[in-house]
Write a protein that binds this ligand. Structure first.
Ligand code: PA5
Length: 444
Protein backbone atom coordinates (compact mmCIF):
# COMPACT_ATOMS: atom_id res chain seq x y z
CA UNK A 1 0.00 0.00 0.00
CA UNK A 2 0.96 3.63 -0.44
CA UNK A 3 2.71 5.09 2.58
CA UNK A 4 2.30 8.62 3.88
CA UNK A 5 4.72 10.55 6.08
CA UNK A 6 3.43 13.81 7.52
CA UNK A 7 5.96 14.14 10.35
CA UNK A 8 8.01 16.68 8.37
CA UNK A 9 5.25 19.29 8.29
CA UNK A 10 6.12 20.11 11.90
CA UNK A 11 6.54 22.61 13.43
CA UNK A 12 3.95 24.36 11.23
CA UNK A 13 1.46 21.54 11.80
CA UNK A 14 1.92 18.77 14.35
CA UNK A 15 0.59 15.23 14.22
CA UNK A 16 -1.54 16.17 17.22
CA UNK A 17 -3.07 19.05 15.20
CA UNK A 18 -3.91 16.58 12.43
CA UNK A 19 -5.46 14.10 14.86
CA UNK A 20 -7.50 16.90 16.42
CA UNK A 21 -9.23 17.34 13.07
CA UNK A 22 -10.68 13.81 13.23
CA UNK A 23 -14.26 14.88 13.92
CA UNK A 24 -14.33 17.38 11.04
CA UNK A 25 -12.82 14.85 8.68
CA UNK A 26 -15.40 12.28 9.78
CA UNK A 27 -18.12 14.84 9.02
CA UNK A 28 -16.60 15.48 5.60
CA UNK A 29 -16.49 11.74 4.88
CA UNK A 30 -20.09 11.38 6.02
CA UNK A 31 -21.19 14.24 3.76
CA UNK A 32 -19.55 12.47 0.81
CA UNK A 33 -20.93 9.05 1.73
CA UNK A 34 -24.44 10.28 2.45
CA UNK A 35 -24.47 12.68 -0.47
CA UNK A 36 -25.28 15.72 1.65
CA UNK A 37 -22.37 17.83 0.34
CA UNK A 38 -22.57 20.54 -2.32
CA UNK A 39 -22.44 19.05 -5.81
CA UNK A 40 -23.86 15.77 -4.53
CA UNK A 41 -25.08 14.78 -7.98
CA UNK A 42 -21.40 14.21 -8.92
CA UNK A 43 -20.44 11.58 -6.38
CA UNK A 44 -20.37 8.63 -8.76
CA UNK A 45 -16.56 8.39 -8.47
CA UNK A 46 -16.75 7.64 -4.74
CA UNK A 47 -17.56 3.96 -5.14
CA UNK A 48 -16.71 3.68 -8.81
CA UNK A 49 -13.77 1.27 -8.40
CA UNK A 50 -15.83 -1.33 -6.51
CA UNK A 51 -18.66 -1.03 -9.03
CA UNK A 52 -16.48 -1.96 -12.01
CA UNK A 53 -17.34 -5.45 -13.25
CA UNK A 54 -15.16 -7.96 -15.11
CA UNK A 55 -17.70 -7.84 -17.98
CA UNK A 56 -17.26 -4.10 -18.33
CA UNK A 57 -13.48 -4.44 -18.34
CA UNK A 58 -13.72 -7.25 -20.90
CA UNK A 59 -15.72 -5.00 -23.20
CA UNK A 60 -13.14 -2.19 -22.88
CA UNK A 61 -10.35 -4.68 -23.60
CA UNK A 62 -12.16 -6.01 -26.67
CA UNK A 63 -12.50 -2.49 -28.10
CA UNK A 64 -8.87 -1.81 -27.26
CA UNK A 65 -7.85 -5.02 -29.04
CA UNK A 66 -9.66 -3.91 -32.21
CA UNK A 67 -7.90 -0.55 -32.17
CA UNK A 68 -4.55 -2.20 -31.44
CA UNK A 69 -5.04 -4.59 -34.32
CA UNK A 70 -6.34 -2.10 -36.88
CA UNK A 71 -4.22 0.97 -36.16
CA UNK A 72 -0.62 2.11 -36.24
CA UNK A 73 -1.59 5.17 -34.24
CA UNK A 74 -4.55 6.10 -32.06
CA UNK A 75 -5.35 9.73 -31.32
CA UNK A 76 -7.11 10.46 -28.05
CA UNK A 77 -9.09 13.68 -28.48
CA UNK A 78 -10.07 15.34 -25.22
CA UNK A 79 -9.16 18.11 -22.81
CA UNK A 80 -8.94 18.53 -19.02
CA UNK A 81 -10.48 15.56 -17.27
CA UNK A 82 -11.17 14.01 -20.66
CA UNK A 83 -7.46 13.45 -21.32
CA UNK A 84 -5.15 14.07 -18.37
CA UNK A 85 -5.84 10.82 -16.49
CA UNK A 86 -5.12 8.64 -19.52
CA UNK A 87 -2.08 10.70 -20.48
CA UNK A 88 -0.73 10.52 -16.91
CA UNK A 89 -1.07 6.75 -16.59
CA UNK A 90 0.24 6.02 -20.08
CA UNK A 91 3.28 8.24 -19.58
CA UNK A 92 3.99 6.76 -16.15
CA UNK A 93 3.89 3.20 -17.47
CA UNK A 94 5.58 3.70 -20.83
CA UNK A 95 9.23 3.39 -21.71
CA UNK A 96 10.75 6.89 -21.53
CA UNK A 97 11.83 6.50 -25.16
CA UNK A 98 8.62 4.93 -26.38
CA UNK A 99 8.80 6.82 -29.66
CA UNK A 100 12.13 5.27 -30.48
CA UNK A 101 11.66 1.77 -29.11
CA UNK A 102 8.15 1.12 -30.38
CA UNK A 103 8.29 -2.38 -31.83
CA UNK A 104 5.14 -1.94 -33.87
CA UNK A 105 3.14 -4.26 -31.59
CA UNK A 106 1.36 -1.34 -29.95
CA UNK A 107 -0.07 1.65 -31.76
CA UNK A 108 1.50 5.01 -31.04
CA UNK A 109 -0.82 6.89 -28.69
CA UNK A 110 -1.20 10.57 -29.47
CA UNK A 111 -3.26 13.26 -27.82
CA UNK A 112 -5.15 16.10 -29.45
CA UNK A 113 -8.10 18.34 -28.70
CA UNK A 114 -6.33 19.73 -25.64
CA UNK A 115 -5.11 22.90 -27.36
CA UNK A 116 -5.88 24.99 -30.44
CA UNK A 117 -2.31 25.29 -31.66
CA UNK A 118 -2.37 25.46 -35.43
CA UNK A 119 1.18 24.13 -35.65
CA UNK A 120 0.33 21.26 -33.29
CA UNK A 121 -2.70 20.20 -35.30
CA UNK A 122 -0.97 20.72 -38.60
CA UNK A 123 2.05 18.66 -37.54
CA UNK A 124 -0.23 15.97 -36.16
CA UNK A 125 -2.25 15.64 -39.35
CA UNK A 126 0.98 15.61 -41.35
CA UNK A 127 2.36 12.79 -39.16
CA UNK A 128 -0.87 10.82 -39.64
CA UNK A 129 -0.78 11.14 -43.44
CA UNK A 130 -0.84 7.67 -44.99
CA UNK A 131 -1.06 5.97 -41.58
CA UNK A 132 -3.78 3.65 -40.36
CA UNK A 133 -5.02 5.61 -37.40
CA UNK A 134 -7.99 5.52 -35.06
CA UNK A 135 -9.59 8.17 -32.90
CA UNK A 136 -11.03 8.05 -29.39
CA UNK A 137 -13.20 11.13 -29.13
CA UNK A 138 -13.76 11.98 -25.47
CA UNK A 139 -16.02 14.74 -24.26
CA UNK A 140 -18.57 14.49 -21.50
CA UNK A 141 -20.47 17.57 -22.61
CA UNK A 142 -19.86 16.67 -26.22
CA UNK A 143 -19.53 20.34 -27.05
CA UNK A 144 -16.02 21.35 -25.95
CA UNK A 145 -14.51 23.53 -28.67
CA UNK A 146 -10.88 22.34 -28.49
CA UNK A 147 -11.91 18.69 -28.72
CA UNK A 148 -14.62 19.23 -31.33
CA UNK A 149 -12.21 21.14 -33.59
CA UNK A 150 -9.58 18.40 -33.42
CA UNK A 151 -12.17 15.68 -33.95
CA UNK A 152 -13.55 17.44 -37.02
CA UNK A 153 -10.07 17.42 -38.60
CA UNK A 154 -9.27 13.85 -37.52
CA UNK A 155 -12.59 12.35 -38.60
CA UNK A 156 -12.26 13.88 -42.05
CA UNK A 157 -8.69 12.67 -42.44
CA UNK A 158 -9.48 9.19 -41.14
CA UNK A 159 -12.43 8.84 -43.54
CA UNK A 160 -10.42 10.16 -46.48
CA UNK A 161 -7.54 7.79 -45.81
CA UNK A 162 -9.47 4.64 -44.87
CA UNK A 163 -12.90 5.16 -46.37
CA UNK A 164 -16.02 5.86 -44.33
CA UNK A 165 -16.81 2.20 -43.60
CA UNK A 166 -13.36 1.31 -42.26
CA UNK A 167 -13.15 4.62 -40.35
CA UNK A 168 -16.34 3.71 -38.53
CA UNK A 169 -14.54 0.70 -37.01
CA UNK A 170 -11.67 2.72 -35.59
CA UNK A 171 -13.48 5.75 -34.26
CA UNK A 172 -14.82 5.39 -30.73
CA UNK A 173 -16.84 7.99 -28.84
CA UNK A 174 -16.86 8.40 -25.06
CA UNK A 175 -19.48 10.91 -24.10
CA UNK A 176 -22.85 11.57 -22.48
CA UNK A 177 -25.64 9.00 -22.91
CA UNK A 178 -27.97 11.43 -24.66
CA UNK A 179 -26.70 14.99 -24.93
CA UNK A 180 -24.11 16.81 -27.02
CA UNK A 181 -22.73 16.83 -30.53
CA UNK A 182 -20.34 13.94 -29.84
CA UNK A 183 -23.31 11.70 -28.95
CA UNK A 184 -25.33 12.84 -31.98
CA UNK A 185 -22.37 12.16 -34.27
CA UNK A 186 -21.59 8.74 -32.70
CA UNK A 187 -25.19 7.60 -33.05
CA UNK A 188 -25.52 8.88 -36.59
CA UNK A 189 -22.23 7.33 -37.75
CA UNK A 190 -22.71 4.11 -35.79
CA UNK A 191 -19.46 4.38 -33.81
CA UNK A 192 -18.76 2.12 -30.89
CA UNK A 193 -19.44 4.34 -27.92
CA UNK A 194 -19.19 4.43 -24.15
CA UNK A 195 -21.16 6.53 -21.72
CA UNK A 196 -19.54 8.76 -19.12
CA UNK A 197 -21.83 8.36 -16.12
CA UNK A 198 -23.87 11.49 -15.36
CA UNK A 199 -22.62 11.51 -11.79
CA UNK A 200 -18.89 11.40 -12.59
CA UNK A 201 -17.26 14.72 -13.48
CA UNK A 202 -14.37 14.96 -15.96
CA UNK A 203 -11.51 15.21 -13.48
CA UNK A 204 -12.82 12.22 -11.52
CA UNK A 205 -13.33 10.08 -14.64
CA UNK A 206 -10.01 8.30 -15.19
CA UNK A 207 -11.48 4.99 -13.99
CA UNK A 208 -14.37 5.21 -16.48
CA UNK A 209 -13.86 4.45 -20.20
CA UNK A 210 -12.38 7.98 -20.43
CA UNK A 211 -9.16 6.70 -18.94
CA UNK A 212 -9.50 2.95 -19.18
CA UNK A 213 -9.91 2.68 -22.95
CA UNK A 214 -6.83 4.72 -23.96
CA UNK A 215 -4.78 2.99 -21.25
CA UNK A 216 -5.87 -0.43 -22.53
CA UNK A 217 -5.14 0.60 -26.13
CA UNK A 218 -1.64 1.55 -25.00
CA UNK A 219 -1.28 -2.04 -23.80
CA UNK A 220 -1.42 -1.54 -20.04
CA UNK A 221 -3.17 -3.66 -17.46
CA UNK A 222 -6.46 -2.02 -16.59
CA UNK A 223 -7.45 -4.94 -14.32
CA UNK A 224 -4.52 -4.12 -12.07
CA UNK A 225 -5.18 -0.38 -12.26
CA UNK A 226 -8.75 -0.95 -11.10
CA UNK A 227 -7.63 -3.45 -8.43
CA UNK A 228 -5.31 -0.82 -6.96
CA UNK A 229 -8.12 1.73 -6.86
CA UNK A 230 -10.46 -0.83 -5.29
CA UNK A 231 -7.98 -1.54 -2.49
CA UNK A 232 -7.58 2.17 -1.81
CA UNK A 233 -11.38 2.60 -1.83
CA UNK A 234 -11.60 -0.07 0.90
CA UNK A 235 -8.93 1.73 2.94
CA UNK A 236 -10.75 5.06 2.60
CA UNK A 237 -13.45 4.23 5.11
CA UNK A 238 -11.17 4.01 8.17
CA UNK A 239 -11.11 6.72 10.83
CA UNK A 240 -8.43 9.40 10.46
CA UNK A 241 -5.89 7.71 12.75
CA UNK A 242 -5.72 4.73 10.37
CA UNK A 243 -6.48 6.50 7.12
CA UNK A 244 -3.68 7.99 5.03
CA UNK A 245 -6.12 9.68 2.64
CA UNK A 246 -7.83 11.52 5.48
CA UNK A 247 -4.46 12.39 7.02
CA UNK A 248 -3.23 13.89 3.75
CA UNK A 249 -6.43 15.93 3.35
CA UNK A 250 -6.35 17.13 6.95
CA UNK A 251 -2.65 18.03 6.79
CA UNK A 252 -2.97 20.13 3.66
CA UNK A 253 -6.05 21.85 5.13
CA UNK A 254 -4.16 22.78 8.30
CA UNK A 255 -1.14 23.97 6.31
CA UNK A 256 -3.46 26.15 4.24
CA UNK A 257 -4.97 27.71 7.35
CA UNK A 258 -1.40 28.50 8.50
CA UNK A 259 -0.72 30.50 5.33
CA UNK A 260 0.79 27.76 3.18
CA UNK A 261 -1.21 28.62 0.09
CA UNK A 262 0.80 26.76 -2.54
CA UNK A 263 1.37 23.01 -2.66
CA UNK A 264 4.23 21.86 -4.84
CA UNK A 265 3.96 18.24 -5.95
CA UNK A 266 7.48 16.96 -6.51
CA UNK A 267 8.60 13.74 -8.15
CA UNK A 268 11.98 12.15 -8.69
CA UNK A 269 10.95 10.10 -11.73
CA UNK A 270 10.41 11.99 -14.99
CA UNK A 271 7.65 9.55 -15.90
CA UNK A 272 5.51 11.09 -13.18
CA UNK A 273 5.39 14.48 -14.89
CA UNK A 274 1.85 13.99 -16.18
CA UNK A 275 0.63 12.48 -12.90
CA UNK A 276 1.39 15.93 -11.53
CA UNK A 277 -0.50 17.56 -14.41
CA UNK A 278 -3.52 15.35 -13.68
CA UNK A 279 -3.21 16.09 -9.94
CA UNK A 280 -3.04 19.85 -10.60
CA UNK A 281 -6.26 19.69 -12.58
CA UNK A 282 -7.99 17.51 -9.99
CA UNK A 283 -7.18 19.80 -7.10
CA UNK A 284 -7.05 23.12 -8.93
CA UNK A 285 -10.40 22.82 -10.67
CA UNK A 286 -12.06 21.25 -7.62
CA UNK A 287 -11.01 23.63 -4.86
CA UNK A 288 -10.07 26.88 -6.54
CA UNK A 289 -13.32 28.77 -6.08
CA UNK A 290 -15.09 31.28 -3.85
CA UNK A 291 -11.68 33.00 -3.57
CA UNK A 292 -10.31 29.95 -1.73
CA UNK A 293 -8.08 26.99 -2.49
CA UNK A 294 -4.48 25.83 -2.37
CA UNK A 295 -2.67 26.66 -5.62
CA UNK A 296 -1.37 23.32 -6.96
CA UNK A 297 2.06 23.56 -8.55
CA UNK A 298 4.58 20.89 -9.51
CA UNK A 299 8.25 20.25 -10.14
CA UNK A 300 10.20 17.38 -11.68
CA UNK A 301 13.28 16.67 -9.59
CA UNK A 302 16.14 16.67 -9.58
CA UNK A 303 15.73 18.52 -12.92
CA UNK A 304 13.98 21.55 -11.44
CA UNK A 305 16.36 21.85 -8.49
CA UNK A 306 18.45 23.68 -11.07
CA UNK A 307 15.65 26.13 -11.78
CA UNK A 308 12.83 26.29 -9.24
CA UNK A 309 15.03 24.87 -6.47
CA UNK A 310 16.23 28.35 -5.59
CA UNK A 311 12.68 29.62 -5.18
CA UNK A 312 11.63 26.65 -3.10
CA UNK A 313 14.64 26.94 -0.81
CA UNK A 314 14.66 30.71 -0.34
CA UNK A 315 11.55 32.34 -1.81
CA UNK A 316 8.36 33.50 -0.10
CA UNK A 317 7.40 31.05 2.66
CA UNK A 318 3.86 30.35 1.49
CA UNK A 319 4.60 26.91 0.12
CA UNK A 320 4.63 23.30 1.19
CA UNK A 321 5.92 20.34 -0.73
CA UNK A 322 4.40 16.92 -1.34
CA UNK A 323 6.85 14.39 -2.70
CA UNK A 324 5.82 11.26 -4.59
CA UNK A 325 8.63 8.79 -4.11
CA UNK A 326 8.86 5.50 -5.99
CA UNK A 327 10.57 2.96 -3.75
CA UNK A 328 11.65 0.43 -6.34
CA UNK A 329 12.58 1.29 -9.95
CA UNK A 330 11.70 -1.21 -12.68
CA UNK A 331 15.30 -1.46 -13.91
CA UNK A 332 18.69 -1.87 -12.31
CA UNK A 333 21.65 0.21 -13.45
CA UNK A 334 24.99 0.55 -11.67
CA UNK A 335 27.49 3.37 -12.06
CA UNK A 336 30.69 2.05 -13.61
CA UNK A 337 34.13 2.62 -12.20
CA UNK A 338 36.56 4.67 -14.30
CA UNK A 339 40.30 4.21 -14.16
CA UNK A 340 41.10 7.88 -14.68
CA UNK A 341 38.30 9.14 -12.43
CA UNK A 342 38.51 12.54 -14.10
CA UNK A 343 35.04 13.44 -12.88
CA UNK A 344 35.87 12.34 -9.33
CA UNK A 345 32.83 10.12 -9.23
CA UNK A 346 34.52 6.81 -8.45
CA UNK A 347 33.09 6.96 -4.93
CA UNK A 348 29.78 6.11 -6.62
CA UNK A 349 31.14 3.17 -8.64
CA UNK A 350 29.04 0.05 -8.14
CA UNK A 351 26.14 2.00 -6.65
CA UNK A 352 22.71 1.94 -8.21
CA UNK A 353 21.54 5.09 -9.96
CA UNK A 354 18.49 4.94 -7.74
CA UNK A 355 20.61 5.11 -4.60
CA UNK A 356 21.99 8.44 -5.76
CA UNK A 357 18.49 9.59 -6.65
CA UNK A 358 17.21 8.60 -3.20
CA UNK A 359 20.04 10.48 -1.49
CA UNK A 360 19.22 13.51 -3.64
CA UNK A 361 15.64 13.15 -2.47
CA UNK A 362 16.58 12.86 1.19
CA UNK A 363 19.10 15.69 1.00
CA UNK A 364 16.53 17.90 -0.71
CA UNK A 365 13.87 17.07 1.85
CA UNK A 366 16.21 18.02 4.71
CA UNK A 367 17.29 21.22 2.95
CA UNK A 368 13.72 22.28 2.15
CA UNK A 369 12.49 21.51 5.67
CA UNK A 370 15.43 23.52 7.06
CA UNK A 371 14.41 26.31 4.69
CA UNK A 372 10.89 26.40 6.16
CA UNK A 373 9.05 24.25 3.63
CA UNK A 374 6.78 21.67 5.30
CA UNK A 375 7.20 18.33 3.59
CA UNK A 376 4.67 15.55 2.98
CA UNK A 377 5.99 12.30 1.56
CA UNK A 378 3.92 9.79 -0.36
CA UNK A 379 5.81 6.58 -1.10
CA UNK A 380 4.66 4.05 -3.67
CA UNK A 381 6.38 0.68 -3.92
CA UNK A 382 6.59 0.54 -7.70
CA UNK A 383 5.53 2.52 -10.69
CA UNK A 384 3.05 -0.07 -11.98
CA UNK A 385 -0.63 -0.14 -12.86
CA UNK A 386 -1.69 -1.45 -9.45
CA UNK A 387 0.05 1.29 -7.49
CA UNK A 388 -1.08 3.98 -9.90
CA UNK A 389 -4.66 2.79 -9.31
CA UNK A 390 -4.10 3.29 -5.60
CA UNK A 391 -2.60 6.71 -6.15
CA UNK A 392 -5.49 7.86 -8.34
CA UNK A 393 -8.14 6.96 -5.80
CA UNK A 394 -5.99 8.31 -2.96
CA UNK A 395 -5.88 11.75 -4.55
CA UNK A 396 -9.52 11.75 -5.70
CA UNK A 397 -10.79 10.94 -2.25
CA UNK A 398 -8.39 13.36 -0.53
CA UNK A 399 -9.60 16.07 -2.87
CA UNK A 400 -13.23 15.29 -2.01
CA UNK A 401 -12.50 15.45 1.72
CA UNK A 402 -10.39 18.60 1.48
CA UNK A 403 -13.07 20.47 -0.45
CA UNK A 404 -15.56 19.67 2.33
CA UNK A 405 -13.12 21.03 4.93
CA UNK A 406 -12.62 24.13 2.81
CA UNK A 407 -16.33 24.57 2.27
CA UNK A 408 -16.34 24.58 -1.51
CA UNK A 409 -18.27 22.57 -4.06
CA UNK A 410 -15.61 20.22 -5.42
CA UNK A 411 -17.57 19.18 -8.43
CA UNK A 412 -18.41 22.29 -10.44
CA UNK A 413 -16.16 24.61 -12.42
CA UNK A 414 -18.07 27.88 -12.97
CA UNK A 415 -14.82 29.77 -13.54
CA UNK A 416 -14.10 27.87 -16.75
CA UNK A 417 -17.02 29.51 -18.55
CA UNK A 418 -15.66 33.09 -18.59
CA UNK A 419 -13.04 32.53 -21.30
CA UNK A 420 -15.44 30.53 -23.44
CA UNK A 421 -18.02 33.32 -23.47
CA UNK A 422 -15.41 35.86 -24.56
CA UNK A 423 -13.92 33.54 -27.18
CA UNK A 424 -17.30 32.80 -28.74
CA UNK A 425 -18.20 36.49 -28.69
CA UNK A 426 -14.90 37.37 -30.40
CA UNK A 427 -15.39 34.62 -33.00
CA UNK A 428 -18.95 35.76 -33.71
CA UNK A 429 -20.64 32.49 -32.77
CA UNK A 430 -24.34 32.56 -33.71
CA UNK A 431 -26.37 33.31 -30.60
CA UNK A 432 -23.62 35.51 -29.13
CA UNK A 433 -24.53 38.69 -31.05
CA UNK A 434 -25.02 40.85 -27.96
CA UNK A 435 -21.79 39.64 -26.37
CA UNK A 436 -19.94 40.25 -29.65
CA UNK A 437 -21.14 43.83 -29.72
CA UNK A 438 -20.21 44.38 -26.07
CA UNK A 439 -16.75 42.87 -26.36
CA UNK A 440 -15.96 44.80 -29.55
CA UNK A 441 -16.94 48.03 -27.79
CA UNK A 442 -14.57 47.12 -24.95
CA UNK A 443 -11.68 46.60 -27.34
CA UNK A 444 -12.09 49.89 -29.23
O1 PA5 B 1 -12.98 18.21 -14.89
C1 PA5 B 1 -13.73 18.71 -15.71
O2 PA5 B 1 -14.96 18.62 -15.62
C2 PA5 B 1 -13.18 19.43 -16.92
O3 PA5 B 1 -11.81 19.55 -16.87
C3 PA5 B 1 -13.59 18.72 -18.19
O4 PA5 B 1 -13.09 17.41 -18.15
C4 PA5 B 1 -13.07 19.45 -19.43
O5 PA5 B 1 -13.51 20.76 -19.43
C5 PA5 B 1 -13.55 18.73 -20.68
O6 PA5 B 1 -14.94 18.71 -20.73
P1 PA5 B 1 -15.70 17.73 -21.69
O7 PA5 B 1 -15.40 16.33 -21.31
O8 PA5 B 1 -17.16 18.06 -21.48
O9 PA5 B 1 -15.26 18.02 -23.09
Amino acid sequence: MIKLDITKVAPVVSTADVNALAARVAEAQKALEEGTCPGNDFLGWLHLPSSITPEFLADIKATAATLRQECDAVVVAGIGGSYLGAKAVIEALSNSFQWLVNDGKSPVILFAGNNIGEDYLSELTTYLKGKKFGVINISKSGTTTETALAFRLLKKQCEEQMGKEAARKVIVAITDAKRGAARTCADKEGYKSYVIPDNVGGRFSVLTPVGLLPIAVAGFDIDKLVAGAQDMEKAAAAPLADNIIAQYAATRYLLYTKGKKIEILANYQPKLHFIAEWWKQLFGESEGKDKKGIYPASVDLTTDLHSMGQWIQDGERTIFETVISVEQPEHKLLFPSDEENLDGLNFLAGKRVDEVNKMAELGTQLAHVDGGVPNIRIAIERLDAYHLGQLIYFFERACGIHCQLLGVNAFNQPGVEAYKKNMFALLGKPGYEKETEAIKARLK
